[in-house]
Ligand binder design. Structure first.
Ligand code: SF4
Ligand code: F3S
Length: 86
């Protein structure tokens, strides 16, 4: 799956949500609207690894799970966590 990392925080450009063919990029369940969300997250169960969102993000916040920089590796679990009870 793909994951969204630190650069999204404070940016939340939302371009990624417009290009995702399966609409799997969301704010958190606790913060259901885009303005309130801290950042957006990708549901790993829904992501089809199409790569479309990577180009769409103006701040390069999105990575394939196995290519995420070490300093942002915690975002793999963060993205997954938000959908476990959703
Ligand atoms: Fe959506 Fe494709 Fe990005 Fe996965 S890789 S979040 S399916 S746009
Ligand atoms: Fe965030 Fe980039 Fe999408 S800033 S909302 S991951 S386009």
């Amino acid at each position: 799956a793909y994951v969204i990392a630190e650069p999204c925080v404070g940016t939340k450009d939302n371009s990624c949500t417009e290009v995702c063919p399966v609409d799997c990029i969301h704010p958190t369940p606790d913060e259901p609207d885009y303005d309130a969300a801290t950042q957006l997250y990708i549901d790993p169960e829904e992501c089809i690894d199409c790569d479309a969102c990577v180009e769409a993000c103006p701040v390069d916040a999105i990575f394939a799970e196995d290519q995420i920089p070490d300093e942002w590796s915690a975002f793999v679990d963060l993205n997954a966590k938000y959908f476990q009870n959703a």
